[in-house]
Design a protein around this ligand. Structure first.
Ligand SMILES: [Zn+2]
Length: 108
């Protein structure tokens, strides 16, 4: 896939969230994130499994985290659309700490 090849050239520094910031700001990520949202019909896939329809506060999650699988960072198959609540659950975050993770928030 073109994205992956390009990504390898990008050499993302996965040391921490700060060094990974350029990745989340990249046009490639933004484009792919949009594709993931379209593929998932702009609804939370976890809520959908529970029979709920959530189309607000959507974020695109890496199934295999970029930190550990940077080669999958731009693989559409490694992405899924989650709402903010499900995304927090998935990463085991307390909602009070949500500010820290702003870089994965989808901006409409
Ligand atoms: Zn959800």
């Amino acid at each position: 896939m073109v994205f992956s090849c390009y990504f390898v050239n990008m050499k993302i520094d996965t040391t921490n969230k700060q060094t990974m910031h350029p990745f989340y700001k990249s046009g490639e990520w933004r484009a792919l994130r949009k594709l993931a949202l379209e593929r998932d019909h702009s609804e939370c896939v976890w809520c959908k499994e529970e029979g709920k329809l959530t189309t607000e506060n959507l974020e695109v999650d890496h199934i295999k985290e970029v930190e550990f699988y940077p080669e999958l960072a731009l693989e559409l198959n490694n992405l899924r659309t989650l709402c903010h609540d499900c995304h927090n659950k998935r990463h085991g975050r307390a909602t009070s700490k949500k500010r820290k993770w702003d870089d994965e928030v989808f901006e409409w």
